[in-house]
Design a protein around this ligand. Structure first.
Ligand code: GDP
Length: 701
């Protein structure tokens, strides 16, 4: 039978880790009693060590699930006694003062405002001197509310105890001999759930504080009968040698010996810590044995349900935390590899060309479109007699400036950053998408190390690119074929730009309320601008303030005609229509025989020349970005995934990682539940072979 209890205690622990429902519970002994009734002293007497928190200020704030495991002493070896907190991972603690300190810390970690916490502390004690028992120590009932123990505390403790003294647990009701049993909150609580006292053992402490005949009377239990009876103990600690269990034991022995007339064998009363221990073992054993059948059925049912669900929901597919992590990394690498398709060289080159086209447009705007004389350039070009070398140096100078503005605009840096940004947003989108949205820390690391690789390469790459385009800063050879292609591309770009301007103008027209209104607005704005120009000149000439006032008077009343926002719109409209004018002129030039003629016309057609240069720059840049940035990144990235995401995780982090994904967590939970139930079932089945008939232990009479 001994073996049975030990096994069942083990099984009880496994069941506790499965769930907290009452159906899957094996009995434990729950210790209740009011504060100072001697609860801790009794528990420590059973264990043979002082290990429970002490202090005036209620120190037991959380239940302690105390599992005692009897370990046989090996021949010729000193008995090893130690405790373990399985939830804390502190390993074996051989010094019981350390156990006491840990328990105190855990209790004090519960904020005083919360008073008590229902989350139990799991403590296991291994010793050759303890029986196999499971005990639950609960906060003592509060008798009198004091200042630092608010009224609510009383109720909180009572409801916590109520939760634990439910079936199938055994109640150990601790009462002090010197307090009337009628006032014992422990007995009162027990009677509520176990009116016949079928699963309540009374422990009467402080037997030494009442005359022996009174003590004997209490133990006889006639006034408050309990089926499992009362045990009387003396568990006073010596203030001189507080930690010696032996001293306590001797004091108890000598007390009952001295009063053997009352408590001797013939009295049939149960006294002493030794008797209490045996009694607890007997009661727990028989209770466990009688629970066996019920628990086996309950586990069987739960197991069937879990097996069914596992089949239905997951088609019996087992996963592990490791396999999920590995799979996730594979998905990541695969997704990345697919996305590298977007970074093939022709695509990069096209992207760079687009960026450079924008630059070309900026240069053109700055040097040509804003220059009123640009209209002349087209007229000169249409004069077929004019040779390029006869062109005004003004245009030659402009042309040189445009070319160098483009080639010296920091193409190395800009093109490198453009591609790096592309990579960055690729990684960001992977990190934000499934399944990394479930793994914020891994996603953060992913972003971190990919940015680091990029940071490392950006400087080198942009220098390299800048170096390679250097020749274009001095001279660009343009072949007739390049020229013709560039001309076509420039026409396309200009046509697009014309379209864009027209769209903008249409939008503004619609916004201000029609073409006529816009025309009115624009001529009004022109008038103000001319007025202002005139005012500036006059006031500059005369330096008087009167004219300024006059002109303001002239303008101000009119400005009420249009809201300020529409005046802004009108200014934009004027800008777009000016641009439209010049773009159309230049488009005509691009299509003229002069531009068609070939590279010798470059001064007349800077748009074509710049387009050809932009094309060459894009080609060269993409080549070196490919070698210096992309190849490095594509090589490094999967390796960093392994090094920084995969191999960096220890066992615990792998579990945490996998469980961050709710789908995986549910799958694992069900799978683990099923596995644990299977294991429990196996153990329960193996027990039935050594199980003797569960006989309820009769009270010794
Ligand atoms: P708890 O609050 O219920 O855990 O009570 P304790 O075990 O801390 O005991 C309260 C006080 O009663 C302590 O000062 C103990 O030394 C004392 N005490 C406990 N058991 C006995 C006993 O059997 N006899 C005497 N005289 N004092 C005891």
């Amino acid at each position: 039978l001994m073996h049975l209890t030990k096994k069942l205690i083990e099984i009880r622990g496994m069941l506790l880790s499965i769930d907290q429902s009452d159906a899957l519970k094996l009995p434990s002994i729950v210790v209740i009693g009011s504060q100072s009734s001697g609860k801790s002293s009794v528990l420590e007497a059973i264990v043979g060590h002082e290990f429970l928190p002490k202090g005036n200020n209620m120190v037991t704030r959380r239940p302690i699930e105390l599992t005692l495991i009897h370990t046989p002493t090996k021949d010729g070896q000193l008995p090893t006694e130690y405790g373990e907190f399985p939830g804390l991972g502190m390993g074996k603690i051989t010094n019981f003062a350390d156990i006491q300190r840990t328990l105190t810390d855990l209790n004090l970690a519960v904020p005083a405002s919360d008073c008590v916490n229902n989350d139990p502390i799991d403590l296991r004690i291994y010793s050759p001197n303890v029986p196999d028992l499971t005990l639950i120590d609960l906060p003592g009932y509060v008798q009198i509310s004091s200042l630092d123990q608010p009224e609510s505390l009383k109720e909180k403790i009572a409801s916590l105890c109520e939760k634990y003294i439910r079936e199938p647990n055994i109640i150990l009701a601790v009462c002090a001999a010197d307090v009337d049993l009628a006032n014992s909150p422990a007995l009162r609580a027990s009677r509520k759930v176990d009116p016949l006292g079928l699963r309540t053992i009374g422990v009467i402490t402080k037997m030494d504080l009442v005359p022996p005949e009174r003590g004997a009377q209490i133990l006889a239990g006639n006034r408050y009968p309990l089926h499992l009876g009362y045990v009387g103990v003396v568990a006073k600690k010596s203030p001189v040698e507080p930690s010696s269990a032996l001293v306590t034991q001797r004091a108890e022995d000598s007390y009952f010996h001295q009063n053997r007339d009352f408590f001797g064998n013939s009295s049939q009363l149960l006294v002493g810590t030794g008797t209490l221990r045996r009694r607890l073992m007997e009661v727990l054993e028989s209770s466990m044995a009688s629970s066996l059948h019920g628990i086996t059925n309950a586990v069987q049912l739960e197991l069937e349900e879990a097996t069914y669900q596992f089949k239905v929901q997951y088609n019996d597919r087992s996963i592990t935390e490791e396999s999920y992590v590995a799979e996730t990394m594979d998905i990541l690498k695969h997704r990345f590899k697919q996305s590298t398709q977007d970074f093939r060289r022709p695509l990069i080159q096209a992207k760079l060309k687009e960026m450079l086209d924008d630059k070309v447009m900026d240069v053109l705007e700055q040097l040509y479109w804003l220059d009123k004389k640009t209209q002349e350039l087209g007229q000169m070009g249409s004069n077929s007699k004019l040779k390029p070398e006869e062109v005004d140096p003004y245009w030659k100078h402009k042309f040189e400036a445009a070319s160098s503005l483009l080639t010296k605009s920091g193409v190395g840096r800009d093109s490198t950053l453009l591609v790096a940004d592309g990579l960055r947003s690729l990684i960001d989108s992977i990190a934000l998408g499934e399944p990394f949205n479930f793994h914020p820390r891994a996603a953060e690391r992913l972003i971190e190390f990919s940015h680091m690789i990029l940071r490392d390469r950006i400087g080198v790459t942009s220098d390299q690119v800048e170096n390679c385009i250097k020749p274009y800063k001095y001279e660009v050879e343009v072949e007739p074929r390049d020229w013709e292609q560039g001309r076509q591309r420039a026409i396309d770009l200009f046509e697009k730009e014309v379209e864009a301007c027209q769209t903008k103008l249409k939008e503004i027209t619609k916004k201000v309320g029609g073409g006529r209104r816009l025309t009115g607005l624009m001529s009004y704005v022109k008038k103000i601008e001319e007025g202002q120009r005139a005012t500036r000149t006059t006031s500059n000439e005369k330096g008087t303030s009167t004219s300024q006032v006059e002109s303001e008077e002239e303008v101000t009343p009119e400005s009420y005609r249009y809201p300020p926002a529409q005046i802004v719109d009108a200014r934009y409209a004027m800008m777009y229509s000016d641009r439209l004018g010049i773009l159309k002129l230049r488009l005509a030039a691009l299509k003229s025989p002069r531009c068609r003629a070939g590279p010798q016309s470059e001064v007349f057609c800077p748009e074509v020349f710049l387009n050809v240069v932009a094309d060459k720059l894009a080609y060269t840049s993409s080549q070196f970005i490919n070698i210096e940035l992309l190849d490095h990144f594509f090589y490094q990235f999967p390796r960093e995934i392994d090094a920084r995401l995969l191999y960096d995780l220890d066992r615990k982090e792998i579990t945490t990682f996998a469980r961050e994904n709710p789908m995986v967590r549910r799958h694992l939970d069900l799978q683990q539940r099923k596995e644990k139930l299977e294991e429990v079932m196996k153990q329960l089945n193996s027990l039935s072979t050594l199980r003797s008939d569960p006989q309820p232990q009769p009270r010794r009479q």
